[in-house]
Design a binder for this molecule. Structure first.
Ligand SMILES: [Zn+2]
Length: 264
């Protein structure tokens, strides 16, 4: 698209979806650019589904994110938290300067959420725009729980429902036979239960401690990465993308004609 086309399309006040990912490990069976390709896939899927009812465009993706937890594994290309906050803020600045005011970020990495929240709230104050946010992996945890006998046993990084979703979206990039389930390594006297959590006595809630994930996991995986199926991934697409389309419909309805804009 040329700059003159962008200028003319902006006058129609479309919704812009901005895919944001990360380059970080997801175990030996999944690719390091997984969060990025899924963010981009999701944005394009949503735009295609809604193209006959909503004026909607997908912006070029930001494929790097903030992943400090996984810096102990090869291929971790993580921006600092403040760098990502600035980059996202500057992308929002550029979209506003080009005439766009309705923006939904399709962000697919947990480490990105804090810097993106900060940049989006700054844009609310600085530009008066209402930025939307969708996090497909996180939505999947909430929307797929009843599809498993025991979701808490199989959910995890590089495990369910992410492994299944990847089998449905990018089967050629998944090497399921390399997936291994191994318990966390104990660190000193700590008994890790997830990335930054450990069991504390007989308490029902864990306590937080900030180690690098590589200190407690040699595979980079939590949960059970050996149970993924393409059929479960199809269900993930149906449920998660169904929610995302409903979200964008709601965003479209509520932001028409500058209804949510704050202008100085
Ligand atoms: Zn990830």
């Amino acid at each position: 698209m040329s700059w003159t086309e962008v200028k003319s399309i902006a006058t129609e006040d479309p919704i812009i979806l901005v895919p944001i990912g990360a380059i970080e490990q997801h175990g030996p069976h999944l690719p390091i650019h997984e969060d990025s390709i899924v963010a981009d896939w999701s944005a394009n899927y949503i735009a295609t589904q809604l193209k006959n009812e909503i004026d909607i465009l997908v912006a070029p993706a930001l494929n790097y994110g903030h992943s400090p937890t996984f810096r102990g594994y090869a291929g971790n290309l993580s921006l600092a938290q403040n760098t990502l906050r600035l980059v996202v803020g500057e992308i929002l600045d550029g979209l506003v300067a080009s005439g766009f005011r309705r923006i939904v970020l399709i962000d697919n990495n947990g480490g990105n959420v804090a810097p993106i929240t900060s940049a989006s709230l700054d844009a609310r104050q600085g530009h008066g725009i209402l930025v939307g946010h969708l996090y497909p992996w996180q939505l999947g945890y909430g929307l797929m729980r009843d599809a498993y006998d025991d979701a808490s046993a199989v959910y995890g990084h590089g495990a369910e429902p992410e492994h299944s979703a990847m089998l449905a979206m990018f089967p050629e990039q998944v090497h399921s036979d390399s997936a291994v389930k191994r318990p966390f390594t104990q660190l000193a006297g700590w008994n890790p239960t997830s990335y930054t959590e450990a069991k504390i006595g007989n308490n029902s809630v864990p306590g937080t401690v900030f180690w690098d994930f590589s200190e407690i996991s040699d595979t980079g995986v939590s949960g059970d990465p050996t149970v993924g199926t393409q059929a479960m991934g199809e269900l993930w697409i149906e449920r998660v993308m169904g929610f995302c389309c409903d979200y964008v419909r709601e965003y479209n309805k509520n932001t028409q004609n500058g209804a949510c804009d704050v202008r100085p």
